[in-house]
Structure formats: structure tokens, C-alpha cells
Design a protein around this ligand. Sequence first.
Ligand code: ATP
Ligand code: MG
Length: 429
Amino acid sequence: MIKAIKGFNDILPAQSAKWLHLESILADVLGRYGYEHIRLPIVEQTDLFARAIGGATDIVEKEMYSFTDKSEPPTPLALRPEGTAGAVRAVIEHNLLRGDTPKLWYIGPMFRYERPQKGRYRQFHQLGVESFGSALPDADAELIAMTHLMWQELGLKDEMRLELNSLGEIDERHAYREALVAYLTDKQEQLDEDSKRRLTTNPLRILDSKEASTQALLADAPKLAEFLGAESKAHFEQVQAYLTALGIEFEINPHLVRGLDYYNKTVFEWVTDKLGSQATVCAGGRYDGLVGQLKSIGTDNTKPVKSEPAVGFAMGLERLLLLVEAVAPIAELPVCDIFVVAHPEVYSAGINYAQDLRYNRPDLRVKMASATSLKAQMKKADKSGAALTVIIAQQELDDNTISIKDMQTGEQQTVATDWLSSKENFVRQ
Ligand code: ATP
Ligand code: MG
């Protein structure tokens, strides 16, 4: 038997109904903010991710599904590990930024080779949102406010904690990185193995090490906030002021650095206590340099390329659904309201009846069983979860009637053929 690949999950009908429900709530909130939907390819050139995300990140170092296709010369390609790089590529390629400030969202599978566990898979799904063209802190606050409204609509308002930090501008971060490396280099024997390696590859990631001994060392380390310039500080303070005005609570987490290189200024995470160590449900931040960085690929780098400010986030939908199931479960919706049963000799009339009903009452879900014996069809009706079964037989056809059976009480009665056309007679529970 050939089975699904480890970390790649089937989403079966009982679950998929919940996915659709969740996605429709998220899409509805995005619509209320006037964000537009974009559909992007799942495969891109590997180089796009390497350039955008950064070579010394977990994703590029060890998590990418990359391969070459059959073209000549072979092109290195990768399954997308995240959505921002592709969204920025599309925005540049199609000139969407010319005279406009696109606010975009997408939803779909992402791929990372990591150790599968609860809330962590190799194929997982993200809702991604990217807002281009504004360097002002209101754009950061709008994204956070939008996610806040999503939590409200999903009944998760009390489960999510907002953590904020500012990474400053690239040069400020570089100055801080040097100071951090200088401080830790003497003490590197006390660092955990991962952090020791990161000291030369991506020192800022040491800040979010889970090791208590490393965290203890960091207590006296230089602080990123002390390296922020006046502009970065003012931006960060204004984001906080907007959130306060909106009544959105937050905590400053000076160790929040995010795993991807493209961020600057504001970074944020929505965290929950209900999902163990896979605690981050939604994460994002500002990335003012990425558009320019990707635009300059292939140029001779002599002329500076103009960037465009942007801010975005990605939400892990598996984690979100796990959380919804833990605190505000989505009711299982019956897949059938009306079951139509027809005697095999008048089955064609049954098909016609069901077809008309689906046309006239689009609010109802109408099912039939195949043209087997009446008894076998009734068995299917019993199992279907329908509120009502309609029975079509020769006698009823002659009289212009149908028989209806209330599946809860078992009560049966004869009514006019068009009885279900009226919402006054029957509404979906
Ligand atoms: P983590 O620290 O948990 O590995 P990350 O920083 O790698 O997360 P991001 O790249 O910021 O994650 O992705 C945004 C969100 O996507 C995460 O907060 C999480 O909800 C979700 N996510 C990331 N990787 C996975 C995965 N392998 N399986 C399921 N969800 C994931
Ligand atoms: Mg990760």
C-alpha cells in the first residue's frame, strides 16, 4: 500500500468542512478591510527564497524542498517555504506598485522539511497578508488590528497574546549585532551548540534560544533597543500608541527577532498558551528593503534601486484550527437537510423532484440514494442526518402529492408536491 509522505496530511471531509468555515471567516474580515486576493505559484526559483529569506536562516539552510526540473540547463526550483518572497516577486513583475499601494492576501500550502509533530508539518497552510507602499506606522497597526478582529470573530480573543519588538533599520541592527557578538564571543563556551554556531552565521537568532543557560547569559548582554535611531524609535512608539488607542493589549518582547532576514522595524507574533511549544499562530513585521533587494537582482548594483515599504504577516492555519478546536469548537454541520427516496419504478420522477428542489431552494442540501430497493434507500436516509425524508411513489404522483417523514419523530404525512417550495413550511435547522 502506498501511503502519504510523512508530514503531508490528508484533510478528510469531517475536517475540511471546518477548514472552509475558518477560511470563510478570515476572508470575510480581509474583505471588510478592502484587501484583495492574489493566487501565486507553489514553485519558484530557489534563488528567490535564498535571496529574500537569507542564506543563514533555518528555512534556507535546512528546510527547503528544492530540486531541478528537466529544462536545459536545469533550473533550481523549490516548493515555496513561505509566501512573502513570491508575493513580492509578483508585485514587481506585474508593476503592481506603480502609483498604487496594493494590499494583498493569499492562502495555501507551504513546504518545509522539519520534524513533524503536533502543530508542525512538512506541508502546512498559511494565510499571508502583504500591505505595500506605506512606510508609516498606521500600516503596521492596521494589520495587527485586522488579526485582532479575526480572533474576535473566531472566539479566540482571550487566547492570544501579542508580542512586539522593533528590529530597527539594517545599519542599526548591524551595529547591535557587532556589539552582541563582541559580548558573547568571550563567553561562547557557555553557549548551547546551536547558539555557538549562530554566533558566526546569524547571531540575532541567539536571542530566541530556548536554553535557560543561554538566556541567563543574555541578561547582561547589550540590548537591541539601545541601538535604535530616533526614527525607528518614533515609529515603534507610534505603532504602540495606535494599538493602545484601539484597545489592543501587547507586550514588548526584546528577544523577538523572527527567523527571516528581511524584516526591519516592527516585528510581532500572536502567541497562545494552548498549543505547547508550537505556540506562535501568527507572525509578521515590516520589510521595507525587500522590494528593492529583489528588484536589484540581475542589475550591476552600481545604481541604487528604489525600494517600496511593506509590512505583512503569515498565519499558520493548522495551529489556528487546533486552537479553535481546543477553545471554541466549530459545530459539525450536517451535510444533508432533505433526503429524497423514490420507488425504483418512478425513480426518474424522484430525480426530477430533487433537481427542482435544488433549483428552487438553494438554501437546502438535498441528497438521494441510488435506485435500489425502497428499504435500502430508507436505510441511507436514516444514516444521512437529514431532517426530512421525501418519499415519491406512483400513488403520490397521481395525486400531485409527496409523503414527508420527520426523521426526528418518525411521523409521516402527505402534502402537496410543492410543499417544500415555501420557506414557511420548512427551514434548515
Ligand atoms: P516556528 O518558530 O514555529 O518554526 P517560524 O518562525 O518558522 O515558526 P514563520 O515562518 O513565521 O514561522 O511562519 C508563520 C506561521 O506559520 C508560524 O507562526 C506558524 O503558525 C506557521 N508555521 C510555520 N512553520 C510551520 C510548520 N512546519 N507547520 C505548521 N505551521 C507552521
Ligand atoms: Mg520554523
